[in-house]
Write a protein that binds this ligand. Structure first.
Ligand code: GLC
Length: 474
């Protein structure tokens, strides 16, 4: 049965039964979610294994972030944030257990740059950075830089990060397989009008986790549900077979968006999911992400509305040109339509803007569709998040785990009940974990600075240790 929440009443029983039939494949039972959670656990193991990781869809990428903040970090940093809806440059100060954003500037990345030659993308980034340094009077200073680059990267060190593949709307040529830090530095050298100090590469999930580390030292998971979706968590180094070392921890960027790329989720994929994948810029990859994140939710709903209209269950069988056009039904429409009080009014406005003729029953059906699709998204995130929390718990041999998830992303933040749906499901799926959720304030910007600051602290501490060793030996 499709979801029966309050705002989906108002549909005659017979029609409701027919609509439910179409929505059924999008409704996942608790048992099914438990099963998905087990599959994800196996995928994680594969991604961490020495001989299995190169075949894994869930990449489990080492990030070389070995510690969360301890409160002694300090300094002035630049941060770049590329990978969501905007590109941003920031100047950030870390002091007295606070991350203070001094200033920031957003730069648009035109569509032709998002899919053009990589050199052009990095020249654009360097140009934005140069402009920002001018306005901040920072050109003479050589500051360390944290680069939040929200794409799957094989990190060799904190400052060496090879792009595995573009995801979301990006597809610049000549970058996959290359070191992003090098490409950035080369673009800066080509300009020759400023310099940067050390660089730390950061995935947005990691920035989100790290930026929550001051208010809450239990924060060991970072999660994004925005344009894309992904999560990271602190793993015992001894389990990260690709990295040398036995002691301590390392943050792992799971890249859970790739879950299902080996057909492991085919039993829950619907015709509509296959169509979304087929018409995407990167068919065959990031299967899980395409069922969940903001880049795709609008299109999923749109295809379902089109299907129901074709079946004469909506809009008196009429399909407008807008409903046939991918991207016209925006993901933010789901949030507007599902709002508890203004939802129906918003639905009217949105359907009018899409040239659709509706009656009151249509409005309720549209609400039911949005509710079902966003619930599936929240359920799937919950299944994998529960797996992560349980993994941390069993790693530590604990009966109960208390942990915090730092979260960011437009879907989680802006949707009226996505977070509640997700949190309720996680409780059911990970009853032995007491999970709190903390919305990260500008994790991608401040978090990048924090990762850079922690890396500098660890380097400082290790230099001190080295000099102690020298002393012992002499
Ligand atoms: C995509 C990227 C991933 C990022 C996520 C959220 O899944 O591959 O690196 O963290 O989007 O932005």
């Amino acid at each position: 049965m499709a979801n029966m929440s309050g705002n989906t009443d108002g549909i005659p029983e017979e029609l409701r039964a027919k609509v439910d039939k179409h929505l059924e494949p999008f409704t996942l039972s608790l048992e099914k979610l438990k099963d998905i959670s087990i599959r994800f656990k196996d995928e994680m193991k594969k991604g961490l294994g020495k001989t299995t990781h190169h075949k894994a869809c869930v990449k489990m990428l080492p990030t070389f972030v070995r510690a969360t903040p301890d409160g002694t970090e300090k300094g002035d940093f630049l941060a770049l944030d590329l990978g969501g809806t905007n590109f941003r440059v920031l100047h950030v100060q870390v002091k007295e257990q606070k991350v203070v954003k001094m200033d920031s500037q957003s730069c648009a990345i035109p569509q032709e740059i998002m899919v053009g030659p990589g050199k052009q993308l990095f020249d654009h980034i360097a140009a934005c950075l140069s402009k920002f340094l001018d306005t901040q009077n920072l050109k003479g200073k050589t500051l360390p830089l944290g680069f939040t680059f929200s794409f799957p990267c094989e990190q060799k060190e904190i400052d060496k990060s090879i792009l595995i593949r573009w995801t979301k709307g990006f597809n610049c040529s000549g970058v996959e397989g290359k070191d992003v830090v090098k490409l950035l530095k080369m673009a800066i050298q080509r300009r020759g009008d400023f310099n940067i100090d050390s660089v730390a590469m950061v995935n947005d999930t990691v920035g989100t986790m790290m930026s929550c580390g001051y208010p809450d030292s239990n924060c060991e998971i970072g999660m994004i549900i925005g344009t894309g979706t992904n999560a990271c968590y602190m793993e015992d180094i001894k389990n990260v077979q690709r990295v040398v070392g036995e002691d301590g921890q390392m943050c792992i960027n799971t890249e859970w968006g790739g879950f299902g790329d080996d057909n492991a989720l085919n039993d829950i994929l619907t015709e509509i999911d296959f169509e979304v994948d087929r018409t995407s810029i990167n068919p065959g990859v990031h299967t899980f992400e395409k069922m969940i994140s903001g880049m795709y939710l609008g299109d999923i709903v749109c295809l379902m509305l089109k299907k129901l209209a074709e079946e004469k269950l909506l809009f008196k069988g009429q399909v407008s040109d807008a409903l046939r056009t991918p991207g016209k039904f925006e993901t933010k429409f789901l949030s507007d339509i599902e709002k508890p009080r203004s939802g129906l009014e918003n639905a009217k406005r949105i359907l009018n803007s899409l040239d659709l003729k509706w009656d009151l029953t249509d409005l309720h059906v549209v609400q039911l569709v949005c509710d079902t699709i966003s619930k599936r998204s929240a359920d799937l995130c919950a299944a994998c998040l529960a797996t992560l929390a349980n993994r941390i718990r069993t790693n530590r041999g604990l009966e109960k785990l208390k942990t915090t998830v730092g979260v960011d992303g437009t879907v989680y933040r802006k949707h009226p009940n996505f977070s509640t749906k997700l949190e309720e499901r996680v409780k059911e799926l990970a009853p032995q974990c007491e999970i709190s959720f903390l919305i990260s304030e500008d994790g991608s910007g401040k978090g990048a600075a924090m990762v850079t600051a922690v890396a500098q602290r660890l380097a400082r501490q290790s230099r001190l240790l080295d000099s102690d060793d020298d002393g012992d030996n002499s």
